[in-house]
Design a protein around this ligand. Sequence first.
Ligand SMILES: *Cc1c(COP(=O)(O)O)cnc(C)c1O
Length: 348
Amino acid sequence: MAQPLIERYREYLPIEPGEPIVSINEGSTPLIEAPRVSDRVGARVLLKFEGLNPTGSFKDRGMTVAVSKALSEGAEAVICASTGNTAASAAAYAARAGLTGAVIVPQGKIAVGKLAQSLIYGARVIALDGNFDDALVLVRHLADNFPIQLVNSVNPYRIEGQKTAAFEVIEELGGPPDALAIPVGNAGNVTAYWKGFTEWDTAPLLYGFQASGAAPLVTGEPVDRPETVASAIRIGRPARGDEALAAFEESGGRVRAITDEQIIEAYRFLASEEGVFCEPSSAASVAGLFVHGIEPDGDRAAPGTIVCVLTGNGLKDPDTALASTPGVIECSTDPTEVEEAVFGDRSD
Ligand SMILES: *Cc1c(COP(=O)(O)O)cnc(C)c1O
């Protein structure tokens, strides 16, 4: 049976014996061989499919630790700003813990599945007339002034929980990969992977990817109005940007931008060639390899084994899937028409 993440990696996490554990059996996600992606990039590529966590994203790894700690420290409520997945995860773990959950999301800018999740788990969902960066400023203010625990990735327990994904990768491969490719939004996850790798004395190249309409770490400038189809990484002022930049540098890796078209191409490729349906944001990791290649800067050898982190589940955002595919073939019950529908040419 799958173990709660905190049990599996207890000795590496700041949870004392006897502290309550709030778990929905997160973590232990599969590392999936990707032969077609591998062919295309010229290295062995594996997909760390974090979309198979209980609420469908890697956020659950951090949330189990953050909400367990909130409970043991006597909090009655948790709050976060979110592009959707942190909200869904906070809502679920708050429900599990018997705490009140409040989430602030940019109005009209989160995927429909994430909104549905947050609501059905019973959180108070506030749709802000502003973007993620505005929401983060507001929840920090609330957490500073009221008895409510902030569970964004500025909360150090989130990073502690999320670093366990690096441990799983190392255990499953029997050693670290040569490189890790990862989408970068608020930059908490890449910071967490780097912490996990270095705690286990490993240092793979880190290849981070941002959407070109929301690429402050690539341009070196904050983005006031971030825009991208990849809503989970639509962030203009990454809270852990400096730490992430230090990690890219230390690892010998880099951070680069890819366009929305390139993200959608990789998103469709993963689903139609590998049978793995992830979120558009997640596909940024694979798009980045397709577009920028795998050669590191400087004189390090090209990586032979690369793990791409697929951060979230494609089912969260059915609208983008429907908008980026040819759509259904409408048909009467006439057998000839059905034959034509099944076997006939499709121009798209
Ligand atoms: C949160 C999230 C990201 C970005 O992670 P950061 O820690 O903010 O860099 C990427 N993809 C998905 C699906 C996410 O939910």
